[in-house]
Design a protein around this ligand. Structure first.
Ligand code: FAD
Ligand code: NAG
Ligand code: NAG
Ligand code: NAG
Ligand code: NAG
Ligand code: NAG
Ligand code: NAG
Length: 523
């Protein structure tokens, strides 16, 4: 019963606030409303979006969809601190030479179940390429020895792993499959809307996942401890820089399905660039937002102050992790956002003419071929051994004949000396970047509010729930933004991305894939 009430809360509150506004979708009405409510005379209402990553760029895109479909009149400004679009999705070129193949410095992959990204890449004529590293031999390193290594694709290999038997991989796959099915509900015609993420998790039956660590959850499902602590942990460490006993099971499960991983040729950021281009929004690069405060107690407007001065907006969408922005908000707002630690990740990109890492480092004989995709587990430490010095070390194809690109994720800085040791002195170009990559995700039931105040929305409230891989976070940011834009359009413009759907009430969710239909695109 709780489920039903919670899901209708959003609709309920609209009906309560604007009982006289049915039917929705009257752009003229929205303007009249603005005039009487805000004494906001004859100007186009403005919305500010802070951040031009996946979340911010897709927010602009969704607003543009409503403008295109219903003629809603809104002017959008997108503020971006950096000089580029894409945020944590960005590329660099070996030797800064743009004739060489680009390397993703942040978000690298997504899959077909990520319907917004998939659809966007189709509609925007971007070329998807499959993720190359899967062709490499994969090893799992515990800091002192290689526990096992295998070739071929991840799942094909896992299936035949005698080390773990067949039950554990299969069971894990079932768990992941169930979770994905529920996730796909978010693309249905009657996809839920939410302003409380705990409620969404409840409605999707995700509570058992987010309330338990990956390790505890899978153990209860009968998956063997060895499999969890070695294989699942290898995946959680490469994907989230966290161990199975540190992170909740929704994340853990997400990291376990990586078949059919894809990336955009030339860089994933192009999707976000296209979102903005097609949205017609004003994109203000190199522009840091410093503060967001109500214009006055009665105006219902927000004043956004940046290096370019102060501008008033009817609504503001925050599409960056709050803690990373440095933006001053009224205490009533900042106090609602729980402190969210992020995994501080060192990404080291390099090129090498060494075809594999050094066997000596991995305690292998001179003549052995070291796997080019080295994952790690914390299991060595649990057994009193040494911690691996990196989370993952993987070759990423040739940058030119005889020279490979390599990507290393680690908790600490990787020194030149260390690189020379591993790659036998054959290191070419090196590029280092530190990211606050993804939220730390212990089991939790508390999430920040999606709506921080009247006219103030927070896309990244969703980030602590799911991060990337099977459910890519680039993707979840586009879903979170769809939800936020729908709330905003409802509350301030009496419209939505898809129109009448807003007044429908959903009794029970059915968990099924709706095929090619993608909510927001196809309405
Ligand atoms: C190394 C790494 C690997 C990853 N791998 C994957 C992967 O394979 N697949 C996947 O889906 N995801 C992956 N992710 C996660 C993914 O990158 C993020 O979840 C996603 O890009 C977040 O998008 P966002 O728009 O929410 O935030 P961001 O991309 O962080 O965008 C926020 C933007 O806001 C801007 N900003 C912040 N403060 C201000 C301010 N005060 N004023 C103006 N602008 C401001 C920032 O400059 C930034 O551009 C990875 C992340 C990292 C770091
Ligand atoms: C932003 O700043 C960078 C240098 O920091 C500069 O190269 C770039 O041209 C600027 N871009 C814009 C749009 O102002
Ligand atoms: C960049 O790479 C291309 C392709 O390998 C090469 O032909 C060119 O000389 C390089 N440019 C520079 C400036 O090194
Ligand atoms: C995409 O490419 C096709 C074929 O090359 C072309 O017909 C179509 O107009 C392009 N669409 C866009 C949106 O650029
Ligand atoms: C998950 O956690 C909840 C609350 O701690 C507990 O009741 C439940 O049994 C756990 N489920 C699993 C599968 O571990
Ligand atoms: C979300 O709902 C839960 C339970 O329904 C409640 O405990 C929590 O405070 C709500 N969170 C927010 C941010 O409103
Ligand atoms: C919703 O689900 C409940 C319990 O599963 C069921 O009793 C009820 O009939 C369902 N309602 C609808 C409209 O399907």
């Amino acid at each position: 019963m709780r489920k039903l009430i919670l899901l209708t809360f959003v609709y309920g509150s609209i009906a309560f606030q604007f009982p006289f506004q049915f039917p929705f979708l009257r752009p003229k009405l929205a303007l009249n409303q603005a005039v009487t409510e805000d004494a906001f005379v004859f100007t186009t209402p403005k919305v500010a979006i802070i951040g031009a990553g996946a979340g911010g760029s897709s927010s602009a895109f969704w607003i543009a969809k409503a403008k295109e479909r219903f003629g809603v009149n809104i002017e959008v400004d997108v503020y971006e601190r950096e000089h580029y679009v894409g945020g944590r999705s960005t590329v660099v070129y070996p030797y800064e030479n743009t004739s060489l193949p680009e390397l993703e410095l942040g978000a690298s992959i997504f899959v077909k179940a990520n319907k917004n990204l998939w659809r966007a890449s189709d509609e925007f004529n971007l070329t998807r390429r499959s993720f190359g590293a899967e062709d490499y031999e994969t090893g799992i390193w515990d800091g002192e020895k290689i526990l096992l290594s295998f070739g071929g694709s991840w799942w094909d290999t896992v299936k035949v792993l005698w080390r773990y038997g067949i039950f554990s991989p299969k069971k894990t796959q079932t768990v992941v499959g169930n979770m994905i099915d529920k996730f796909l509900t978010l693309y249905a015609l009657d996809a839920p809307r939410w302003d409380n993420i705990s409620d969404l998790a409840f409605a999707l039956d995700w509570s058992p996942f987010i309330l338990n660590t990956t390790q505890r959850y899978l153990l209860k499902q009968g998956v063997s401890e060895k499999y969890i602590n070695e294989v699942v942990e290898a995946a959680t460490r490469v994907n989230y820089g966290q161990n199975v006993d540190e992170m909740h099971a929704l994340e853990g499960a997400c990291s376990m399905a990586a078949t059919g991983a894809a990336a955009i040729k030339g860089g994933n950021y192009q999707i976000f660039e296209q979102f903005l281009k097609r949205s017609g929004a004003n994109v203000l690069l190199n522009t840091t937002v410093e503060s967001v405060f109500p214009k006055s107690a009665s105006s219902h407007l927000w004043t956004v102050r940046s290096g370019r001065g102060s501008v008033d907006y009817k609504a503001v969408i925050l599409a960056a992790p709050y803690s990373s922005t440095g933006i001053a908000f009224p205490l009533s707002i900042s106090s609602q956002i729980p402190k969210q630690p992020y995994v501080h990740l060192h990404v080291t990109l390099l090129t090498t003419t060494s075809p594999t890492p050094s066997p000596e480092y991995f305690a292998m004989s001179q003549s052995s071929v070291v796997p080019r995709m080295m994952l790690t587990t914390y299991q060595g430490v649990r057994n009193g051994g040494k911690e691996p010095q990196f989370n993952s070390l993987s070759y990423h194809g040739l940058v030119r004949e005889g020279e490979w690109a390599v990507k290393i994720f680690s908790k600490e800085r990787i020194t030149d000396e260390w690189l020379n040791n591993i790659f036998k002195g054959k290191v070419g170009w090196v590029f280092r970047k530190e990211w606050d990559a993804y939220p730390k995700l212990p089991p939790t039931s508390s999430f920040p509010p999606v709506k921080l105040d009247q006219g103030l929305y927070y896309v990244n409230a969703f980030e602590p729930m799911i991060s990337y891989r099977f459910i890519s976070t680039m993707e979840t940011e586009t879903i979170a933004s769809r939800n936020v834009v729908d709330l905003l359009l409802n509350e301030h413009f009496h419209s939505s991305i898809c129109g009448t759907r807003i007044s429908e009430r959903k009794e029970n969710l059915t968990f099924k894939d709706t095929g090619d239909f993608v909510a927001g695109w196809d309405c």
